[in-house]
Design a binder for this molecule. Structure first.
Ligand code: 2AM
Length: 214
């Protein structure tokens, strides 16, 4: 199965993204229900590999966070223009979650991702868009901003190619925690000065367990 890990988008956010889906003649726009923020593309996996990735993802401990979208951009240029997307505001907790997903995926046996992670929501994968039209589009939407929303879980999706484009199906869902012991955000590290997962298990979690069992 072709799989990827992603954050789904709430309906009102997808609705506001739909306002970006016009103004490029001939473009085929991603339908609002398919819009998402990929955390990690996994590619074609066997059932066994999927189970291993699923178990590793289910072990991730990370907190909920707020996210919003801002601006539009593109991958590739000229004839090699690959996609036009909405950007995601800088959010250390998102990068932290991405890093945890990456480690989990590698721990489950898949090869590490080589490309730098650049979160985005693909709007269209254009073919033959004239450069002036693209520039006009980018300028017209540079001030796009969404409302913030709370990211409370991430999901494993499968992707099937159909004649009308790719169809995505949520296969698994992984909750993010409220008040997880993530540690302090460290400007120099540009990450969280993290509480190790072992510490979590032996510390706060063990205490919670003890209090539950009296
Ligand atoms: P995209 O939005 O930038 O195109 C499902 O196909 C998701 O996985 C999409 O969000 C897509 O990213 C991403 N994806 C598809 N093929 C990929 C690849 N070969 N490498 C990285 N990401 C890919």
């Amino acid at each position: 199965m072709r799989l990827f890990v992603a954050l789904p988008l709430p309906e009102d956010i997808r609705r506001s993204l739909a306002s970006l889906c016009s103004g490029l003649p001939g473009a085929r726009w991603v339908s609002p229900e398919s819009m998402h923020i990929t955390l990690r593309f996994l590619g074609e996996l066997s059932g066994r590999e999927m189970d291993d990735v699923d178990a590793a993802l289910a072990g991730i401990r990370a907190p909920r966070f707020n996210l919003s979208l801002a601006g539009v951009g593109h991958f590739g240029n000229g004839r090699q223009l690959r996609s036009i997307w909405a950007g995601v505001t800088r959010e250390p907790a998102l990068m932290h979650l991405h890093d945890k997903v990456e480690s989990a995926v590698v721990r489950s046996g898949l090869a590490p991702e080589r490309q730098k992670y650049q979160p985005h929501v693909t709007l269209t994968r254009p073919k033959g868009t004239p450069v002036p039209k693209l520039q006009e589009y980018l300028a017209a939407h540079s001030l796009f901003r969404s409302e913030p929303w709370e990211v409370a879980y991430f999901s494993l999706y499968s992707s099937f190619l159909a004649s009308e484009g790719a169809i995505y199906r949520e296969e698994r869902r992984y909750e993010l925690g409220r008040g997880w012991p993530i540690g302090e955000y460290d400007e120099d590290l540009d990450d969280f000065d993290e509480v190790e997962e072992g510490e979590e298990a032996g510390g706060r979690w063990a205490e919670a367990d003890e209090s539950r069992h009296g």
